[in-house]
Write a protein that binds this ligand. Sequence first.
Ligand SMILES: Nc1ncnc2c1ncn2[C@@H]1O[C@H](COP(=O)(O)OP(=O)(O)OP(=O)(O)O)[C@@H](O)[C@H]1O
Ligand SMILES: [Mg+2]
Length: 312
Amino acid sequence: MNLMMMAILPIPLHSPSPPPPLRLLSPPNLPLFTFPAISLRHRYVTVRASGSSSQYDTNPPPLLQVNDLKAKIVENGVEILHGVNLTVNQGEVHAIMGKNGSGKSTFAKVLVGHPDYEVTGGSVVFKGENLLDMEPEERSLAGLFMSFQSPVAIPGVSNDEFLVMAYNARRRKLGLPELGPLECFSYLMEKLQLVNMNSDFLNRNVNEGFSGGERKRNEILQLAVLGADLAILDEIDSGLDVDALRDVANAVKRILTPKNSLMMITHYRRILDLLNPTHVHVMDKGKIARTGDISLVETIEKEGYETVPSLT
Ligand SMILES: Nc1ncnc2c1ncn2[C@@H]1O[C@H](COP(=O)(O)OP(=O)(O)OP(=O)(O)O)[C@@H](O)[C@H]1O
Ligand SMILES: [Mg+2]
């Protein structure tokens, strides 16, 4: 399950107790739309002299700008991120690789405001705003989505109830009327098809009894329903069979537009070949140690992680 959805719905992060009962209002007869509706804010216009005439260019600022980000584990005070630097622009696909325990998931969780971690230094600007000042819920409303490496189950809450609640909670936050059951149903069916999931999954409790691969697919369903300017997928490919991997990659491709971006944490080349990252980063000891293109993956495959950071 997605952290943002847990934040929007009052579900404690460490206990899978069910959220309040679902409230469905009558259909408001509004057109359906994909979140977030504020993705075109924060654009700026530069004026440049070109020969005898002025030319107006629209250059979006970076979607995400991370500078020297440091963070520690709240419980024991151990610093895990030792100064992460990363810039993500609109339309880019970033892969983050690195050996086990190098801090990839911690980095992702710090970005979405996971309470296990405390930021001790640096800055993160998302769409021109200070991300670190925002609550997890606000980060979600601003267009940030994260799927967890190990999605949790919520016993007693059906998938469709959960998705409708999360979707309508976001509409309420944006000052829009909730969608009624009929509109929600057709919206969810459309997204199910995108992920190539059986509609039976809507009636089952969130992730309860789901196989590892089904949970990953369900994460992508949540992304498809909620939309995102920046989707962070933590090992979405782990445990997927060949068909599921293709379905997930196809769904992600269809969600991607020139305006939104993807950050995917992975250990494997298979999904990178399907999603064509524009940037490949290697994380080592809580920092981005190396950045390159897809050819960096070949180097990693040949030489392993021990030598790659030293090639910088
Ligand atoms: N909440 C926590 N409590 C204790 N230790 C933690 C916590 N979160 C992260 N760590 C530790 O921080 C280090 C980085 O963990 P992280 O999960 O970010 O690694 P990772 O790069 O995602 O690894 P993997 O590839 O195995 O998923 C690890 O040593 C991990 O044990
Ligand atoms: Mg991890």
